[in-house]
Design a protein around this ligand. Structure first.
Ligand code: NI
Length: 177
């Protein structure tokens, strides 16, 4: 059990595509997932990808009951997802404010598909599939992007809608969700 350092934008590890997990249930994998849970809890994030801890494996964790960073977001079940695959269920795309533990103190307006099916497996290799929408769908798309070396600023359509949380909130550009 450990709280790990989260890589920040600019670290080359965040730009590398991650490799699929093959050894489900392996002690190193379980230790990684525990570190990710501990780190996400300590940083009060809504999700975390293994690459953010410098481990190039397709592992994400996400979920919360309530979160001060996104006070109006509905709860998302606490989930560990390995080798995730996303399938869009609509062509609808919605923009909303997004942040990332690797881009601390900032937010940007990011377009995401509003409804997706995602599948993958838990750390023991048991399959998991869900159909979700809204914030839940947004979080999973954000975390899966990390596995392909993509950070949310790369998705922002208008970089005038990217900045420091305090400035965006103060100027009224961003309605805190
Ligand atoms: Ni992130």
């Amino acid at each position: 059990m450990a709280i790990c350092k989260v890589l920040r934008m600019g670290a080359p590890g965040l730009l590398e595509p991650a490799l699929p997990v093959k050894r489900f249930g392996a002690p190193e994998l379980l230790a990684l997932v525990e570190d990710m849970d501990d780190t996400m809890a300590a940083e009060e994030g809504v999700g975390l990808a293994a690459v953010q801890l410098g481990v190039g494996l397709r592992v994400i964790v996400f979920g919360f009951d309530d979160n001060f960073r996104y006070p109006d977001a509905p709860p998302v079940p606490k989930t560990v997802l390995l080798n995730p695959v996303i399938q869009p269920l609509t062509e609808n795309v919605e923009e909303d404010w997004e942040g990332c533990l690797s881009v601390p103190g900032m937010r940007g307006l990011v377009p995401r598909c509003t409804r997706i099916r995602y599948s993958g497996s838990d750390s023991a290799g048991r399959p998991l599939t869900r159909e979700v929408s809204g914030f839940h769908a947004r979080v999973v798309q954000h975390e899966c992007d990390h596995l392909d070396g993509i950070l949310y600023p790369q998705r922002i359509r208008d970089l005038r809608r990217f900045g420091f949380i305090e400035e965006l909130a103060e100027s009224g550009s961003m309605t805190l969700r």
